[in-house]
Design a binder for this molecule. Sequence first.
Ligand SMILES: [Fe+2]
Ligand SMILES: [Fe+2]
Ligand SMILES: [Fe+2]
Length: 399
Amino acid sequence: MRIVECFLSLSRSLDFSHQGLMHHHRRTALIAAKLGRAIGMDSGELLALMQAALIHDIGVITWQEKLELFDLDIKSPWEHCLRGEKLLRANRSLQHLAGVIASHHDRWSGNNPSGIKGAHIPLHSRIIHLADRMDILINDEINILEQKAWIMKTLHGLRGIIFDPDLMDTLDDLAMHDEFWFDLVSPWEAYILRSMAPISHIPLQLEFLSDIAQLFAQVVDAQSPFTNQHSQGVALLSRFVGEQLGLSPEELEQLEIAGLLHDLGKLSVPTEILEKPDRLSATEFNIIKQHPYYTYWLLKPVTQVFPLADWAAFHHERPSGNGYPFGKCDDELDLQSRIVTVADIFAALHEDRPYRPSMSWDKIASTLKNLVQQGELNNYLVASLLDNRSLVNQVWESL
Ligand SMILES: [Fe+2]
Ligand SMILES: [Fe+2]
Ligand SMILES: [Fe+2]
C-alpha cells in the first residue's frame, strides 16, 4: 500500500461542499506536483509536496468556511491555516507538514500574520498557494482551453504581490502545452497523480495509518460540538471491547483505526443537518444515510492489510438485515464490525445530541439490553461494556 494512495483517498473527504463533491485537493496537488517537477524537486520533496497539497485545507471546519475560500481574494484565510498547522503539529507522523500548511496563503509581498514574506515563505507553501488559487479559477462548465487565457491573465495580475514571480514564470512554461490544461480537468486525475508520485518502497505502516486516522478523526469530530470527541470515544471503546475478548495488540490497533474513521463519511453531510435540533425530514435523513456508504468508499483503497472499510462502515448494519445502507445480515458481519457498532451506539447514547441530552448509565444499559433482546446486538459484546462499568467510565473520562 502506497502512502500516496492513502492520501489520495482520504483527501476526498475534504472535498464535500454545497457545490457537491469537488476536485479541489486533487487538482491543487496536481498543479503543485507539476510545478514541483518543473523546478527539479527531488522525489522526497515531491512526495512531501503532494501530501501537503492533498490535505492543505484540513483546517477548514464548516461548509460555509469552504465557500468563502472560493473567492479569489479571500478576506481572512488565516484561521484555517492556523487550525491546520495546529492539527499537524500535534501529529507524530505529519508534523513535518505543519509549517507548509501554516503559510499556504502567505502573500509574496508580505503583510502576513506569520511575519514572513518573499523567499522566506516555505517553497512548498508558495507552490500550494499558486496551485490552490489557480484551481478555484477553473469553471467546470466551460472548455478548459477557452479559459486558459483568462486564468493566466488573472494570476499574472497578482505576480509578485500574492505569488512568487519565479513560480509564475514556471507556470507560464507549463501553461503553453494543452496537455497541462487537459490534465487539470481529466477524469483520470487520480491516475495521473498516482503516476507522478515517486515510488516509495516503504510500505504503509500501521503506526503511520493510525496517525493519519487520528488526524481525520479530529476533523470529523470538529464538525459539531455535539460530536467533539465521538470518533475518539468510539475508537477507545472498540479497543476496550477488543481487549476483553483477547484480541492481539495488532488487531486492537487495527480496530482502533476503524473506530477513529467510522464516521469519515459524515464530512459529506452539511453542518445544518448534523446540528438540527428537530426531527429530520425524509430528505435530510436520506442525506444522513449516505454517511456509512461514503465511509466505505473513502476507506476501501486505503489498505488491503485488513478490512478497514468493512469494520468502519458497517456500524449501522444490524444482524437482522434491517440496518443501512448495505443491508448486511448476520453472517456477513464480522466481529470487528459488530464491536465498532456497539461502541458507536454506546458513545452516541453517552453524548448530548441536538435533539436530546446524554443518557444516564441505567438508561444506556436498558437501551442496549433492549437491542440485544430484539436481536440487533450481541449479548456478549454489550455485556463486555455493561459488566465493566467503572473501567468503561475510566475510558470515557480519559478522553
Ligand atoms: Fe486554504
Ligand atoms: Fe484550498
Ligand atoms: Fe458514529
